[in-house]
Design a protein around this ligand. Structure first.
Ligand SMILES: [Zn+2]
Length: 508
């Protein structure tokens, strides 16, 4: 039934005529069984076009039916219902597990970045997660898991990408989060037990440690305080690693600190894992454990304890995100000692080989250009790089290029909002150093996004920019923000290709 699109130009012309001017994205044209589908655009409006030689082929979609001489057409809105029908028909629109292969998380808070992410990923060798959003991000942007999934699907269809992608439900804190994302088709579940990590263990005295150790949830951990001590305390291990191996000694005190710091987190991860397994049944899903958003770095001994305990408890995971040494602030380069990072990263990879293999996941991975060569060299396939905010920042760069006036307003607003919006983020920008729009020429505007303080301030204020309203109830920026990007979508895609390319390049 390829003949639906046998003459692509004729089809494109037919759609333009029948729809009042919608232009087909050529790469999106797909035929499955007796159904043809394509994405089309007119101005800032997009639709899904479905076509069949009999009326029945397009029945499952909602839309406006047009019967022509040879084909029945339906012009369909990009609704969640239509995206779900389409996913049911096109395998390449269904998220899938990516396995233990190097991968890239392309978080898209706006829901319009995927074609740009596709342009970048095609130039590299990392498997993509085009659909990735934390519950916190969804709350801030007012999106649901279904919407996040649908937006990624439309972007994938538009760009003609057929090579498979993952969908990461990021930083899940409780079983309800898992349930919400599972029904939307997510396949990668990042569990964040950070609320159960006791960072005070790093500095607690012996008496306090002993007391806290005794009252860990031993029943859930399926062992006793004594058994745990016997297993880990006063042991030394020789572990292989990319840089030639290392010796790990775990003293009695090390064990107490590791268990007090992470024991409750291990119990929580086990509960979340079992919940996911019960929910998923036969469906293949992947599981990530992330403790990146905690106060103090994860030592090799602590990584050993966590991985060993999770394995003993039957948990299987594809990646683990330690809290690394140094600072992974949002949207800016790594702050810290690169040699120390290299040495610690080597141990984490050694442990990931020993207990897995699984990937070491780099969260807040946006713009950490100085560490990518280290991670790429040491991890090989065992790395996952997670980004999100950087694609929002590059949207601002696109706006700065095509509508300087709007960007000036957003910049002034970000400077004003930053002191409040920074609260839940790991950032250190000084509000006084954030650029003042009045001091800049139009030509200087895009580049101001490379200035540290301005970049961080713009990064953490995305929720306010997208959602805040004026006194009369209308959005301050939302409509203009999206209108500008939609009118100039290829500008945004090209900026993303270049910027995300700088992340992926070192791993290719
Ligand atoms: Zn994270």
């Amino acid at each position: 039934m390829e003949q639906i699109f046998a003459d692509r130009d004729a089809f494109t012309k037919l759609i333009a005529k029948q729809s009042g001017g919608f232009e087909i994205y050529p790469a999106s044209m797909t035929v499955v069984d007796k159904l043809g589908v394509a994405m089309a655009r007119k101005g800032v409006e997009k639709i899904l076009v479905t076509a069949g030689q009999k009326a029945g082929e397009t029945d499952a979609f909602d839309g406006e039916m047009i019967v022509t001489e040879n084909l029945t057409l339906k012009l369909c809105p990009l609704s969640i219902a239509n995206s779900k029908v389409l996913q049911g028909k096109l395998d390449f629109l269904q998220a899938r597990p990516l396995g233990v292969k190097k991968s890239f998380g392309a978080g898209d808070r706006l829901g319009i970045a995927t074609p740009g992410h596709v342009q970048a990923i095609r130039n590299g060798k990392m498997r993509p997660i085009f659909c990735q959003q934390s519950i916190r991000e969804m709350t801030r942007t007012g999106r649901t898991p279904d919407e996040v999934m649908a937006d990624a699907c439309w972007g994938i269809l538009q760009s003609g990408y057929r090579d498979g992608f993952g969908a990461d439900a990021d930083h899940l804190k409780n079983p309800e989060d898992i349930d919400r994302c599972f029904v939307s088709g997510f396949t990668f579940f990042t569990v964040d037990p950070g609320d159960y990590v006791d960072s005070s263990a790093d500095s607690a005295d012996a008496k306090m440690l002993a007391a806290k150790y005794e009252v860990l949830p031993w029943e859930t951990l399926e062992c006793s305080a004594d058994q745990c001590r016997t297993t880990y305390a006063d042991k030394s291990y020789k572990l292989d690693s990319p840089l030639g191996g290392f010796k790990l000694m775990i003293s009695g005190e090390d064990l107490l600190r590791a268990a007090v710091k992470y024991g409750r987190a291990v119990a929580h991860v086990k509960m979340m894992y079992e919940h996911l397994q019960a929910k998923a049944g036969d469906k293949a899903v992947e599981f990530e454990v992330s403790v990146d958003e905690t106060e103090t770095p994860t030592s090799a001994a602590e990584h050993y304890y966590v991985a060993s305990e999770l394995r003993r408890l039957g948990v299987k995971w594809v990646s683990l995100a330690p809290r690394f040494v140094g600072d992974f602030e949002k949207g800016v380069d790594y702050i810290g000692d690169l040699e120390q990072f290299r040495s610690e990263f080597d141990k984490h990879v050694g442990l990931a080989r020993h207990f897995g293999p699984y990937k070491i996941s780099l969260h807040s991975g946006s713009d950490k250009f100085s560490i990518y060569p280290i991670a790429a060299e040491l991890a090989g396939e065992l790395v996952h790089l997670k980004t999100a905010g950087t694609s929002y920042l590059e949207a601002l760069r696109a706006i700065a290029k095509v509508d300087p006036g709007l960007f000036r307003e957003i910049l002034a607003f970000a400077k004003e909002r930053y002191p409040e919006d920074r609260a839940t983020y790991h950032v250190s920008a000084d509000v006084d150093k954030v650029a003042r729009p009045g001091d800049l020429t139009d030509a200087q505007l895009p580049g101001v996004l490379d200035q540290f303080d301005t970049r961080e301030a713009c990064h953490v204020t995305f929720g306010s920019v997208l959602r805040n309203k004026k006194a009369d109830g209308s959005f301050i920026f939302r409509e203009r923000f999206f209108q500008t990007l939609r009118e100039n979508e290829q500008v945004y895609y090209d900026i993303l290709e270049k910027h995300i390319g700088k992340h992926i390049g070192p791993f290719s």
